[in-house]
Design a protein around this ligand. Structure first.
Ligand code: HPA
Ligand SMILES: [Zn+2]
Length: 335
């Protein structure tokens, strides 16, 4: 898949991937057939033509439309299993995977179906794929924040699998502050907190996620660069940012990989990692992102190693596991 000049994949932690965004068109059509769901795009050729986006909302239209094929626990298991196999093949060794329960409960698929289905695949990922996998439940920011408040206590049976909460979906016009209560409830439950901010929305949404939601990581955060005082704060507090290069180009947040802000973020001393976001939609899994952005920006071997290391450091793994993974990065880098 890659030119032979591409550097080998270092072991990585994937901190920003949406399980629904790993739904490859072939699997979507298989599940549609299995579940008797009629799609607007009945065959692979016509479905593939729909994978062209003007912005985040136009992508989300297709992303939510295709969730209709996910109905039974086995569908979520198959989806997660396909992701684990692809991620493992790209040297992902730990994944903290977003799921959007409201995208399913709002169309009549119970929470149990979603989380039990994912648990089936993730529970044995380590043995079968050499990759640990946990879930971050994301609230949809374009829905009533009270739905998020109500969702938090319902996650209790899956604590252990579910390690945190996030915030995603259409960003512009949906600032983080109304979700302060849901995040406070999640903190009380011992859950980690992250949020998408500064993907299409302004730097103020990043500040809001830090101050009103108490997030430990920021997803995307690329527009932070527009506010020098925010950049200074992110550097001083070493707030991890999960950057998704192919996503940013596919959704036209960035015109071209050659001008992707990752290089400026590294130069500014920010703690960043590379991630795939919605790999089935944006043209690549984690190492595909790293290889493409490295080539486009001319990243050095030291920078690629730092990205891999900072991914593990920013993960919610216990310290002993982080140390084990960091040693594996060092060993792979040494060659
Ligand atoms: O890239 C994204 N941004 C916001 N919400 C999302 N939900 C799935 N992917 C995304
Ligand atoms: Zn995302």
């Amino acid at each position: 898949m890659h030119p032979s000049s591409d550097p080998p994949a270092l072991p990585t932690a994937e901190l920003h991937v949406h399980v629904e965004g790993t739904l490859e068109p072939e699997l979507a059509l298989d599940l549609a057939r299995r579940n008797g769901v009629r799609l607007r795009h009945p065959d692979l050729a016509s479905l593939r033509r729909a994978y062209s986006f003007a912005d985040l909302p136009s992508f989300l239209d297709l992303y939510y439309e295709l969730t209709a094929v996910l109905r039974e626990p086995q569908d979520f298991t198959d989806l997660a299993e396909a992701y684990l196999a692809r991620a493992a093949a790209q040297a992902v060794r730990h994944a903290e995977v977003f799921v959007d329960p409201q995208a399913h409960t709002s169309r009549g698929v119970p929470l149990e179906v979603v989380l039990d289905g994912l648990a089936e695949a993730f529970g044995t990922a380590e043995e079968r794929h050499g990759l640990s996998a946990r879930v971050i439940v994301s609230f949809l920011r374009d829905r009533d924040p009270r739905e998020a408040d109500a969702l938090v206590p319902r996650l209790r049976p899956w604590h252990g699998l579910v390690i945190g909460v996030g915030l995603d979906s259409a960003e512009v016009g949906f600032p983080p502050e109304p979700f302060a209560r849901a995040y406070a409830l999640a903190a009380d439950e011992g859950l980690h907190r992250v949020a998408h901010a500064g993907e299409e929305g302004p730097p103020a949404y990043v500040t809001g996620a830090l101050d009103a939601l108490g997030v430990e990581r920021v997803d995307h955060g690329i527009r932070s660069l527009e506010d020098p005082s925010l950049v200074a704060r992110l550097r001083e507090e070493q707030v991890p940012l999960t950057v998704c290069p192919l996503s940013n180009v596919a959704l036209r947040a960035v015109p071209d990989l050659a001008v992707h802000p990752l290089a400026r973020m590294l130069d500014a001393g920010l703690r960043v990692s590379v991630n795939s976001d919605d790999p089935a939609y944006f043209g690549g899994y984690l190492h595909d992102n790293t290889a493409a952005v490295s080539r486009a920006l001319g990243l050095t071997a030291a920078q690629r190693r730092q990205l891999a290391e900072d991914g593990f450091r920013a993960s919610f793994l216990p310290d002993a596991d982080k140390a084990r993974h960091l040693a594996a990065v060092a060993a792979a880098d040494a060659g």
